[in-house]
Design a protein around this ligand. Structure first.
Ligand SMILES: [Zn+2]
Length: 176
């Protein structure tokens, strides 16, 4: 099992239409993922929702809390069906703390996880059904390798699926 250092954060950049959206995962969110990753053969899938503090111009999401799994979720080694009623309550509670629902996370028993067709389809449906003003919503899948290799992240909207821009050592983002 990997350990994440206290300072470790991961920053992704997405190009949505003509703007760059920065998504930063907090230490505590990464630690939460690591805690629920399916490191053993017996661990069931886990998942929950992602909440972020968003800058006024909408260009930076600091994902500072990840909820779930909850006792009322339906879980097995290969599927995770969240309790939707609890999810709605979480959205309300987090909103009162100034945090916005920005997507979902779940685990896969794979080193470097890939979304299933139904994962991708359900994110598109959630985007259409949710009440929000976001350009897209996030799907994070937590594998058994440590991040970033072991973590899938994608942005879903009516335009389809967007993957993050490649990691670059410098904070300046190229245009290629
Ligand atoms: Zn999945």
């Amino acid at each position: 099992m990997c350990q994440l250092s206290k300072e470790q954060r991961i920053i992704y950049r997405f190009k949505i239409e003509n703007t760059i959206l920065t998504v930063e995962l907090s230490d505590s969110v990464l630690a939460h993922f690591n805690q629920h990753a399916q490191h053993s053969d017996a661990s069931p899938e886990a998942g929950g929702q992602l909440f972020a503090n968003i800058t006024e111009d909408g260009s930076h999401w600091f994902v500072s809390s990840a909820t779930g799994p909850r006792p009322s979720d339906h879980r097995s080694r290969f599927f995770f069906h969240p309790d939707r009623r609890t999810e709605r309550r979480e959205i309300q509670d987090e909103y009162e703390q100034g945090k916005h629902y920005v997507g979902d996370w779940h685990t896969h028993p794979q080193q470097s996880p890939q979304p299933s067709a139904s994962d991708t389809r359900s994110m598109g449906e959630i985007f259409e059904k949710s009440i929000h003003q976001l350009p897209g919503i996030l799907m994070i899948i937590v594998g058994t390798h440590s991040p970033p290799e072991g973590t899938w992240i994608s942005m879903h909207s009516s335009l389809g699926t967007a993957l993050p821009l490649p990691f670059e050592p410098s904070p300046r983002q190229g245009r290629g």
